[in-house]
Design a protein around this ligand. Structure first.
Ligand SMILES: *Cc1c(COP(=O)(O)O)cnc(C)c1O
Length: 396
């Protein structure tokens, strides 16, 4: 039996929404580690294949009770009608776009994208006759010029990786909707805690749950959120037949992640802000990039759109790659890796790792310099982290 959670606040939904209890009435969500389901009779099997009832499942590629709990909890938190869980964030981005597009369609996308998202748009969709125009996502004039009558989707990261540009969701959505295009947003950096994406006009919200939703670096996952019509009518048939489903065990990890999501993300945001403030104006830095600082070009937009600066901080070390590497190697608490949203503070050098393959011209355009550091604030004591960064900067 499910409870009506619609009047509850986000913290309460994060703990209870979507919960289904078995005959044992377990407190913690059960892991239904099963691919299939037994039908009482041949007739009930036939009936289920004609029409699935509430809490009826056929095969875990397209439905499982633990996965359904996760999907429902995500939808409740996002304020979306429905959700579909996927095996990774990239499976979710791919399914959201490929399921809604066909040959001859046009897409407008922001340039500042996660590398694999760029591959889907340029390589995969391009191969099947979908054309994409790339724009500077912060420049509304460029969106306006690029959107045309056959534009079927616009795509962007609401806060971009790694340079933390904030895109005006409402303004882009209005332009897209004027030609009937769907707005698809990769919302990882905003997290469900600060997302008002649906309220601002987004049609399809995508998360890599590998990031803040797991938040403890254990499992890959993704989720697509939108209207029931889109999720069940467009996305589900694509997912059902192509197979990038989330495993029930992963869904359980992610459900447990959702319970503490808001507490973690708010603490990580406070730490990110403390680090950004401690670093702003530091003589060894060219600049500090944090949307929560008044110095950020889209600070006002970020505050209106998210209400906070988020868990990520960027900064550019004077002296380029050598100085950046000396700094990274001198850190004692922060670890060098490329995940984000984790309990552990993670530091990344995008120029030589995550964005290494981008042509120099693109790196220049996106502001990915040799001195740029991307930092994902974790759950450690924030003063310990500030001290760690300051002592390492002395070595840079
Ligand atoms: C990590 C990430 C992805 C991909 O997610 P995976 O779970 O690694 O497949 C997509 N978009 C953004 C913005 C990300 O940070």
């Amino acid at each position: 039996m499910k409870k009506d959670t619609s009047n509850w606040s986000a913290r309460t939904k994060a703990v209870h929404a979507g919960t289904r209890r078995s005959q044992y009435n377990e407190v913690s969500e059960a892991i239904f580690m099963t691919q299939g389901f037994v039908y009482e009779t041949a007739e009930s099997a036939e009936q289920r294949f004609i029409k699935l009832g509430e809490d009826e499942f056929i095969y875990a590629r397209y439905g499982n009770p633990t996965v359904a709990m996760f999907e429902e909890r995500c939808a409740a938190l996002e304020g979306a009608e429905d959700a579909f869980a996927c095996g990774s964030g990239m499976a979710a981005v791919n399914a959201a776009l490929v399921s809604m597009l066909r040959a001859g369609d046009h897409v407008v996308s922001a340039k500042a994208l996660f590398g694999s998202c760029l591959y889907i748009l340029e390589e995969i969709l391009g191969r099947y006759g979908v054309e994409t125009t790339f724009v500077d996502g912060t420049d509304l004039e460029q969106w306006k010029a690029a959107i045309r009558p056959n534009t079927k989707a616009v795509f962007f990261e609401s806060v971009s990786n790694p340079t933390l540009e904030v895109i005006d969701i409402k303004a882009v959505a209005e332009m897209a909707h004027a030609v009937g295009a769907k707005v698809v947003v990769d919302n990882v950096f905003a997290t469900p805690v600060y997302s008002k994406a649906i309220e601002l006009g987004v049609d399809v919200v995508v998360y890599s749950t590998t990031k803040h939703i797991d938040g403890q670096g254990r499992a890959l996952g993704g989720v697509v959120l939108g209207t029931r019509e889109f999720i069940r009518g467009t996305l589900e048939p694509y997912m059902k037949h192509t197979g990038a489903a989330m495993s029930p065990f992963t869904a359980w990890i992610m459900l447990k992640g959702l319970e503490t999501l808001e507490l973690r993300v708010k603490a990580q945001t406070a730490t990110a802000e403390a680090i950004a403030k401690a670093l702003e104006g530091h003589p060894k830095l060219e600049r500090v990039i944090y949307p929560g600082l008044a110095s950020h070009a889209q600070h006002d937009l970020c505050m209106a759109q998210m209400g906070a600066g988020g868990t990520m901080v960027g900064y550019e070390i004077k002296g380029g790659r050598d100085a950046a590497f000396r700094f990274m190697n001198a850190l004692k608490i922060c670890v060098i890796s490329n995940n984000l949203g984790d309990a552990k503070t993670i530091i990344t050098h995008p120029f030589t790792t995550t964005h290494q393959r981008l042509p120099q011209e693109q790196k220049d355009h996106l502001g990915i310099t040799t001195g740029l550091i991307r930092m994902s604030a974790g759950l450690e004591d924030s003063q310990d982290l500030v001290n760690d960064v300051l002592q390492a900067l002395e070595q840079a």
